[in-house]
Design a protein around this ligand. Structure first.
Ligand code: FES
Ligand code: FES
Length: 179
């Protein structure tokens, strides 16, 4: 069974007919040709498929496309501003925060959301002081990025890159942690 839905992906609107059993990940990759988002486990456990779904990070392999008619999605292909890489992308390159690169699209989308979430003052499971804005120190970054696995073990670079990106994005809490 198929259904017609509209998805806006990286600013482009798509009116498409999807299999009602299809995940957002499969629609992105198979129907729209956006293969940046990766299928690691297809079970919501690795984070390789992470995208921004209506402004929040989500595992695209667990999101039923037909349930997200009208959604706005940003994938790794949409993080750069034209030819200019985002602060997170630049930091990943500078910190050599990848090896094979398979987990990297999900890491980049997740890290982008981490900066947004911390900027909004959202606490994590390791935030000690719930009355103040969270400080993006290494413990906070590890916790907030814990849904994104890296089989190559590039975690040291990933944590450093997120810290740098937070500082570059003007996150005062991160600057304090980095000092
Ligand atoms: S492919 Fe979606 S979480 Fe692993
Ligand atoms: S860079 Fe290879 S899985 Fe993360």
């Amino acid at each position: 069974m198929h259904a017609a839905i509209t998805l806006t992906v990286n600013g482009n609107e798509h009116r498409i007919s999807v299999d009602t059993r299809a995940s957002v990940l499969d629609v992105l990759r198979e129907d729209l040709g956006l293969t940046g988002s990766k299928k690691g486990c297809d079970h919501g456990q690795c984070g390789a498929c992470t995208v921004l779904l209506d402004g929040r990070r989500a595992n695209a392999c667990l999101a039923l496309a037909v349930a997200h008619d009208g959604a706005e999605i940003v994938t790794v292909e949409g993080l750069a501003d034209g030819g200019r890489l985002s602060p997170v992308q630049e930091a990943f390159i500078e910190r050599d925060a990848f090896q094979c690169g398979y987990c990297t699209p999900g890491q980049l989308c997740s890290a982008t959301a981490v900066l947004d979430e911390a900027g909004r003052g959202w606490p994590s499971a390791v935030t000690a002081d719930l009355a103040s804005d969270p400080v993006l120190d290494d413990a906070e970054i590890r916790e907030r990025m814990s849904g994104n696995l890296c089989r190559c073990g590039a975690y040291m670079g990933i944590v450093a890159a997120v810290r740098d990106a937070a500082a570059r994005s003007g996150d005062t809490a991160a600057r304090r942690a980095d000092a």
